[in-house]
Design a protein around this ligand. Structure first.
Ligand code: R2B
Ligand code: URA
Length: 309
């Protein structure tokens, strides 16, 4: 059975809160955000996070620390003495850094990993009484027919059958959730990229898979039961469905933005063209350079937004 949940919350007021939809939370004395190593009973979350307006999230902890330093410099908020302490130092599941109104959090690889982080982050922002928060995933992906190094800003996240949906089994039933992302935000990011004029950026659909190898039609995993032609046919079908890139978190990210009222965008650089290969074999420094691009774009966007207010 498929249930379509219309849980999406539209904000009626001018400043929008971060929504949780869970009556049980109000009855809990303390809330332990276990995987972030934070809790309402031990941390003053409004004092620590009340001013957060932007969240950047990406897979690797190291990249999120680099992103924090980059954004601090962009905003003229760098502290030469500070080493940006990891707020989640009590755990090695995720890493979190803050500079001014910008929070940078790592999410690990894949849907389950980012979903756990987002549950706890959304509760954190709710407990901290944050308003008008924008969250941007800055990540990597495999492109389809794009020059490596191109940035894709996601319009819709499609599943492995090219459907715009995120399915989750809850209490033995499949729940389907909406995966549209904020089109206004996507357009603003595209505009920022044009202003920067440092790399190509496109808006398009992103296919989100549960695996890097067979799930993404690679021929180089430990197991493979299809031919090069099967792979090419599949990737061309994806392209016809508007898929510009493939990654592993956008579906649940989009779904949880919709549920919580967070304004969200997915900004991923393509590390290779999947029509031409599977292995990430180009030089390390070239790949590293590509990975900086999403943070350059998002840094520019945040700077502009803060100037405007
Ligand atoms: C992009 O890169 C990772 C796999 O290499 C995965 O987290 C993703 O979405
Ligand atoms: N991340 C992915 O999920 N796929 C790729 O091909 C590259 C990065």
């Amino acid at each position: 059975t498929l249930l379509f949940f219309s849980e999406n919350k539209q904000n009626e007021s001018s400043s929008s809160s971060v929504y949780v939809h869970n009556p049980h939370l109000a009855e809990m004395k303390d809330d332990v955000l276990y995987h972030l190593s934070l809790a309402t009973g031990t941390h003053d979350l409004p004092a620590m996070f009340g001013d957060v307006k932007f969240v950047c999230t990406g897979g690797s902890a190291w990249r999120m620390k680099k992103c924090t330093a980059y954004i601090a410099a962009e905003l003229g908020m760098e502290d030469p003495k500070s080493d940006y302490p990891n707020i989640c130092a009590g755990t090695d599941r995720y890493a979190m850094y803050k500079v001014g109104p910008v929070l940078c959090v790592s999410h690990g690889m894949g849907v389950p990993s980012i979903a756990i982080m987002l549950h706890e982050l959304i509760k954190l922002l709710h407990h901290a009484r944050c308003t008008d928060v924008t969250i941007i995933r800055i990540g990597t992906s495999g492109g389809i027919g794009l020059e490596p190094g191109t940035i894709v800003v996601t319009k819709q996240s499609l599943d492995g059958m090219f459907q715009p949906r995120f399915e989750q089994v809850i209490l033995g039933k499949t729940v389907v959730r909406n995966v549209d992302l904020d089109q206004g935000l996507a357009e603003e990011l595209l505009k920022c990229s044009k202003e920067l004029n440092q790399f190509e950026t496109v808006i398009g659909n992103t296919m989100c898979t549960l695996d890097f190898y067979e799930g993404q039609a690679r021929l180089d995993g430990a197991f493979c039961s299809y031919t090069e032609k099967d792979k090419q046919d599949f990737l061309h079908k994806a392209k016809e469905a508007g898929v510009c890139n493939i990654e592993m978190e956008s579906s649940v990210f989009a779904a949880m933005c919709n549920l919580s009222g967070l304004r969200g965008a997915v900004v991923c650089v393509t590390l290779l063209d999947r029509l031409k290969g599977d292995q990430l074999s180009c030089p390390h420094d070239v790949l590293q350079g590509y990975q900086l691009r999403p943070q350059i774009l998002v840094g520019h966007y945040i700077k502009q937004q803060l100037k405007a207010t």
